[in-house]
Design a protein around this ligand. Structure first.
Ligand SMILES: Nc1ncnc2c1ncn2[C@@H]1O[C@H](COP(=O)(O)OP(=O)(O)O)[C@@H](O)[C@H]1O
Ligand SMILES: [Mg+2]
Length: 137
């Protein structure tokens, strides 16, 4: 099963739409609730990052009985130093984004912790692609 979503920069009210749809689907498939929580946290943080840091993005969630593979491809500024971006507390979020309660610098570390497999590729001036795999059993 494949679900697709798109995300636009700046639209924080819609960040969380993909993760809530995926949550519903995994519940219907009777996936263990602790696994669902990991998927929702990882996907939500990745959605927020597109809204906060990129221009737009496409999300696909490919679900099979063994695993979910989340792919988030954005058009945006890219990440010049991925090792630095992965550090807890590191954030380039704007003052406006921080005022809305985002920008704690914990998103990428949280994604990494909740994923069984996490890949991040980025090209400065073009965009960023995340691939997050979580086993469902
Ligand atoms: N999709 C993205 N496009 C561009 N930069 C990003 C993206 N995701 C993360 N980053 C960069 O990595 C930093 C750390 O991300 P994260 O850990 O989620 O913290 P936060 O979003 O709270 O700043 C961001 O501040 C930003 O500089
Ligand atoms: Mg973030």
């Amino acid at each position: 099963m494949q679900l697709t979503f798109n995300v636009e920069s700046g639209d924080f009210t819609r960040a969380g739409f993909a993760s809530s749809q995926v949550k519903k689907t995994l519940k219907q498939l009777n996936v263990d609730s602790t696994i669902i929580k990991r998927v929702v946290v990882a996907l939500y943080e990745a959605e927020v990052n597109i809204v906060a840091h990129a221009y737009r993005g496409d999300i696909t969630a490919a679900i099979d009985p063994e695993k979910i593979v989340l792919k988030l491809e954005d058009e945006g500024p890219g990440i010049p130093d991925i090792a630095q971006a992965m550090q807890r507390g590191y954030s380039t979020a704007s003052p406006e984004v921080r005022e809305m309660g985002f920008g704690a610098g914990m998103g990428l570390p949280n994604i990494s912790e909740n994923a069984d497999h996490f890949e991040i590729h980025s090209e400065v001036g073009k965009g960023t692609t995340l691939t997050i795999t979580i086993h469902l059993k």
